[in-house]
Design a protein around this ligand. Structure first.
Ligand code: GDG
Length: 471
């Protein structure tokens, strides 16, 4: 029944943050989901991280507190086709507008579907009719369709963490029609921004011949579902606390000593081609070239943990960045100053908070990004009395909310260098004003608000959508 606040929550995601994974490593989303599951009691269903030929349909199930975990092992070839193939070789570049990097192979599409069927077969026996199922991300678009085929009629919602491309881009996907048909089997489809919603609704009305009613209610063939924007946030309180706690810590002292009075510009991104890292490096080089007063007075630190090393494009990007970083340091370094510190390993969240707080500039310049949580974390970590400046790509979902940032076009290297220069020279009054605008947004829409709103709207979804029962 809609609105039944006590219904059990079932979360499905590719990776599951196990109870042993400490908050420091798990990240804001994982922590928030675990809290939501813990509060109302719930099941977290996902991949075990293991592969094995002819895997069983029975997941490994264990409990921790009020959360039950169910982890499924996948066939190695299906897992490759699903994860490195269709999810990250096809959908990821497509949704990030990188058609030149898109590969489409029918075998990957079939493997992607097989993994979703496998997930549905394994999940179904664990479900109760009243459950609220919340599926995360592009790895599982067909999951609702597979559950419906097997008779599940309860509430299923989907959240797409990455951008939804405009119809002209989306039409490049050979399986576009099947994918949107799959999407229609959800009751609620959540996207990051209003632009994403508009892009999907335009496709539905112009290409799929569906109808759209106010409030984002969509009719597609016999299905009714809702599409709406749910911009994701961060645990602002925790970030403020971590950043304050870092003041005076050994790490913070080491960082300050190493800077020797220089300003710090920081970037934190997974090593991913959507994040615009080569452009960011080039813009920093351009800053040093055209504004020589910043030589020896500013240090850039880019933290870029290696990601998806099994996909060839990611390995190529890593080589490209090594070359660029080497070139910038080779050209501008002094015997007592290295312009760019480039680090390929992950750091504890507390260390990140200290680095964000110390940094006079936050550089978040993706070519496309669903939201970008780093932008929000950087804001939350600042000292309100002396805050740094966020330089933010207009193509990050976060740009809708963080209007106090200096917005840049990440394709405009010279423009980004100008923005870095302006940020470095910005007077304290303006820095404070811009930060206050941004902080109000970060605190006004946290990860907890986001979780609650999605679950609330999904809880009530079925009542007003009035889909005909299967039989
Ligand atoms: C996808 C969408 C959307 C990074 N390095 C370290 C570390 N991180 C943490 C950051 C941040 C998270 O990882 C990255 O989140 P982003 O939002 O920036 O980017 P994606 O990973 O691409 O996330 C994105 C997001 O989903 C949520 O919907 O915003 O648009 O692409 O929290 O702090 N954390 C630690 N050490 C690191 O070295 N501990």
């Amino acid at each position: 029944m809609g609105g039944s606040v006590l219904a059990r929550l079932v979360v499905v995601s590719n990776r599951v943050a196990s109870p042993k994974e400490r908050a420091a490593k798990a990240g804001g989303l994982a922590v928030a989901l675990r809290e939501a599951l813990g509060t109302r009691g719930g099941l977290w269903f996902g991949w075990s991280g293991e592969t094995q030929p002819n895997p069983s349909d029975t997941p490994k199930v264990f409990r921790s507190g009020r959360v039950t975990y169910a982890l499924l092992t996948l066939d190695p070839e299906d897992q490759r086709a699903h994860y490195a193939g269709y999810a990250n070789g096809t959908l990821w570049p497509l949704c990030h507008y990188r058609l030149g990097l898109l590969s489409f192979r029918r075998a990957d599409w079939e493997g992607y579907r097989r993994v979703n069927e496998h997930f549905a077969r394994a999940l179904l026996p664990l479900l109760q009719p009243d459950d609220i199922i919340w599926v995360h991300d592009y790895h599982f678009i067909p999951l609702a369709a597979e559950l419906r085929k097997r008779g599940f009629e309860g509430r299923i919602g989907y959240f797409h963490h990455i951008p939804w491309p405009t119809p002209d881009v989306f039409l490049s996907l050979p399986s576009h029609a099947a994918l949107v048909q799959d999407l229609s089997q959800y009751d609620l489809v959540g996207l990051q921004t209003e632009d994403d919603v508009r892009a999907l609704l335009t496709y539905i009305s112009s290409e799929a011949r569906g109808w759209i009613a106010p409030g984002g209610v969509v009719g597609l063939r016999e299905r009714r579902f809702r599409v709406a924007a749910f911009p994701i946030g961060i645990d602002a309180t925790a970030f403020v606390r971590d950043a304050k706690a870092s003041v005076g810590s050994d790490e913070e002292r080491r960082l300050h000593e190493s800077l020797a009075g220089r300003a710090l510009a920081v970037g934190v991104d997974r090593l991913d081609y959507s994040k615009g890292l080569p452009g960011k490096f080039a813009a920093f080089g351009e800053l040093l070239s055209r504004y020589p007063q910043h030589r020896s007075t500013v240090t850039m630190m880019q933290i870029a943990p290696v990601s998806r090393g099994e996909v060839a494009e990611y390995r190529a990007l890593r080589r490209e960045l090594e070359e660029l970083a080497g070139a910038i340091n080779g050209e501008y370094a002094e015997f007592d100053w290295v312009p760019l510190r480039y680090l390929n390993r992950p750091f504890q969240r507390a260390t990140l908070a200290a680095i964000y707080r110390t940094a006079r500039l936050g550089l978040v310049t993706p070519l496309r990004d669903g939201m970008n949580l780093v932008a929000k974390e950087y804001i939350a970590a600042q000292n309100p009395e002396d805050p740094g400046v966020l330089v933010l790509s207009r193509f990050a979902g976060a740009a809708d909310e963080l209007t106090g940032a200096i917005l840049v076009n990440p394709y405009d290297i010279e423009g980004m260098a100008d923005a870095m220069n302006a940020a470095l020279l910005m007077p304290l009054d303006e820095r404070r004003e811009r930060w206050q605008v941004n902080m109000a947004k970060v605190e006004g829409n946290t990860i907890h608000d986001w979780c609650e709103r999605f679950i609330h709207e999904l809880s009530g979804a079925i009542d007003h959508l009035d889909n005909p029962p299967k039989r």
